[in-house]
Ligand binder design. Structure first.
Ligand code: CDP
Length: 238
């Protein structure tokens, strides 16, 4: 049997990484982990417990003290065929996708103690390989030795349109300019933070998916996976 590899998919906000990562994992029988959902859970926890004030300021000492209380897990939803996110045993899949969480998540994800806790949970989930994880720092910090690394991007307007359509389809209120400003601001914070900033790993393959369809992008990714696993099996059989 072929060895199961580790696949890291990083990139800018709202560029469809999770769709492609989920579809690939399902097609090849790997586990999918949405690392962004984990930072969103930390943000939801902080909002629920008064750790983030109305003006957006964060009580860092209290947050760090309560970090051990945050356990994130994923369980397959039989209806959608995709994993739902659980925070301390409660399904929070829709709560973590609101604009409120989106507008606070990047400052939360920049806190070193938050990153340390989530990175440890992510590395534990990927210990056996056979995993597709998407995020910002998977190929650079979480799994620097991942066999396949992809870096995805698309133009700001196209990304904002996709996120706007997604929110509207879920029946949420959304304003295009607010969505665009939010993703630009998150990219700025994510790329300039001190710990594990968003950047392309030197050995990542870049995909600009501004003008390709979901089936085309899925096929592209599957081709990269096949290429990589074939290259690895020919080097190990030599
Ligand atoms: O899906 P979307 O692009 O909106 O973002 P996400 O993947 O759900 O991630 C939400 C936020 O979590 C990002 O804007 C980052 O601030 C943070 N994040 C991170 O710092 N590191 C990761 N590996 C994944 C997400």
């Amino acid at each position: 049997m072929k060895k199961k590899i580790t696949i890291a998919i990083d990139g800018h906000s709202s560029c469809g990484k999770s769709t492609m990562a989920k579809d690939l994992a399902r097609a090849i029988g790997y586990i999918y982990v949405d690392s962004g959902a984990m930072y969103r859970c930390c943000t939801l926890f902080a909002l629920q417990h008064g750790i983030i004030a109305d003006d957006g300021s964060i009580d860092e000492a209290e947050f760090e003290r309560r970090m051990p209380e945050i356990q994130v897990s994923f369980r397959l939803n039989e209806e959608t065929g995709r994993p739902d996110t659980y925070l301390n045993g409660v399904c929070v899949e829709s709560e973590i996708r609101t604009m409120e969480v989106s507008s606070h998540v990047s400052p939360v994800a920049a806190l070193p103690f938050v990153r340390a806790a989530m990175t440890a949970q992510q590395q534990a989930m990927g210990r056996e390989g056979g995993i597709v994880m998407d995020g910002r720092d998977i190929g650079t910090a979480v799994f620097p030795d991942a066999e396949l690394k992809i870096f995805v991007t698309a133009s700001d307007e196209i990304r904002a349109q996709r996120r706007y359509d997604e929110l509207i389809a879920k029946g949420e209120e959304a304003d295009f300019d607010e969505v665009l400003a939010n993703l630009r601001e998150r990219d700025r914070i994510d790329s300039t933070r001190e710990v594990a900033p968003l950047r392309q790993a030197d050995d990542a393959i870049v995909l600009d998916n501004s003008h390709i369809t979901i089936p085309e992008q899925n096929q592209w990714l599957l081709d990269r996976f096949e290429e990589k696993t074939q290259a690895l099996s020919s080097t190990t059989s030599k």
